[in-house]
Design a protein around this ligand. Structure first.
Ligand SMILES: NC(=O)c1ccc[n+]([C@@H]2O[C@H](COP(=O)([O-])OP(=O)(O)OC[C@H]3O[C@@H](n4cnc5c(N)ncnc54)[C@H](O)[C@@H]3O)[C@@H](O)[C@H]2O)c1
Ligand SMILES: O=C(O)C(=O)C[C@@H](O)[C@H](O)[C@H](O)COP(=O)(O)O
Ligand SMILES: [Zn+2]
Length: 352
């Protein structure tokens, strides 16, 4: 088993990465929690595959389980769903000593994190990551959020889990499209982390390559993310680097009305922003093409007609890196050398 230790000012926790962990959920959860009530939150794709096994294991380990299944898809990342789940927990008599467990991808993890952080002002939380996005990025670091109307991740908290479980066996049932979406975040992380990891993603040439190397991709991505988060939990500085490609990506994701997944939109966002910074001489010549090469090898999109539309620019206003009309854009001075380039909104318009 690989364990990545996340050590923060007010809390430490382990991210455990091992094939087969889906059969050890009871003992793993019991290693950090005394028996208690737990709400086990999943979605309508993951639930039919894994909920009854997870529930059975938790019950065997002494936990009283309230299973909750939300419809699969980004639309469930909503305050409405948060309210519904919190009501169900209150009706079932959950107290501050009880807990929330997410069993799913990034959508379920982000939603469950909001529920955990709000119920009675915060109860214990564990993430069981079932998608590649969750296994390389979203389950670690404590960002929780739901979307409101047309604004992505606008309501959320920083709320760290007590434990994260990553088992690549879950990926056997993930569709190729959902797997590849998660790889968008891996490509991002490799460009941020350094030449060695970037060379490694340069050798991933197919969906099967992603499947074959999933455990290593998780280990490397999570190790990098944990290091960044440990240095800047609340995104005052270097954590902004993890948002590479997201200023444009979030706008594209929203404007696509569900036709583009998060990682797909981030792929387009990374290429778009790097092309601009390469033209300005901030990023090195050839970097845009190197990114395109990695993304296209696995079928990720690299452009969209949505880029540059009036609504696209309107979405920039709600970017969390907006400081009074100036957005902290993430650029790569080199592979492994992310930098923040503050850009006034008007200038971003003329860049594109
Ligand atoms: N909090 C963070 O740091 C962070 C980081 C990256 C992404 N995110 C968020 O995560 C979301 C994207 O994550 P995602 O790609 O996991 O989306 P998702 O949770 O919607 O999962 C994608 C699809 O895969 C299905 N699925 C998940 N695991 C499966 C499995 N083992 N077998 C079969 N189907 C499975 C889901 O039901 C869904 O249909 C977005 O909302 C994004 O904003 C958050
Ligand atoms: O953990 C982080 O920090 C990230 O930025 C990781 C991103 O991949 C992720 O999509 C995150 O949810 C984006 O957050 P937001 O603050 O831009 O909404
Ligand atoms: Zn992301």
């Amino acid at each position: 088993m690989t364990t990545v230790k996340v050590k923060l000012t007010h809390k430490n926790y382990d991210v455990k990465i091992e094939k087969g962990l889906h059969q050890a959920i009871g003992e793993q959860v019991r290693s950090v929690w005394q028996p208690r009530k737990v709400v086990l939150i999943t979605d309508s794709n993951v639930g039919p595959l894994y909920l009854s096994s997870a529930q059975g294991q938790l019950e065997k380990a002494g936990f009283e389980v309230l299973p909750v299944e939300v419809p699969a898809g980004e639309a469930s990342k909503s305050l409405t769903k948060v309210g519904e789940i919190i009501s169900q927990m209150a009706q079932a008599g959950f107290t501050r000593q009880d807990g929330v467990i997410s069993l799913g991808g990034g959508m379920v993890g982000d939603l469950s994190g909001v529920v955990a952080s709000l119920y009675m002002r915060g109860i214990a939380f564990i993430q069981i990551a079932t998608s590649l996005t969750a296994q390389v990025d979203s389950s670690v670091g404590g960002k929780t959020a739901v979307n409101l109307g047309e604004t992505k991740n606008i309501a959320g908290t920083f709320y760290q889990p007590d434990l994260v479980l990553v088992d690549s066996d879950y990926l056997d049932t993930l569709t190729d499209r959902d797997l590849v979406e998660g790889y968008g975040e891996v490509a991002k992380t490799s460009a941020l982390e350094g030449q060695d990891f970037f060379n490694f993603t340069g050798k991933i040439r197919s969906v099967q390559d992603i499947r074959d190397h999933a455990p290593e991709l998780s280990e490397r991505s999570i190790a990098y993310k944990a290091k960044v988060v440990m240095g800047d939990e609340k995104e005052a500085g270097q954590r902004q680097f993890l948002n590479f490609g997201h200023t444009f990506g979030h706008a594209i994701e929203l404007l696509s009305h569900g036709s583009l997944r998060h990682g797909e939109a981030v792929a387009i966002g990374m290429v778009t922003v790097t092309r601009v910074f390469e033209a300005e001489g901030i990023s090195p010549e050839g970097l845009t093409q190197a990114l395109i090469d990695r993304l296209q090898a696995v079928g990720l999109p690299i452009s969209s007609d949505l880029v540059g539309t009036p609504l696209f620019f309107q979405h920039m206003i709600n970017d969390k890196k907006n400081r009074g009309g100036v957005i902290n854009m993430v650029a790569l001075a080199q592979v492994g050398q992310p930098i923040i380039v503050p850009k006034p909104l008007d200038e971003i318009r003329s860049m594109i």
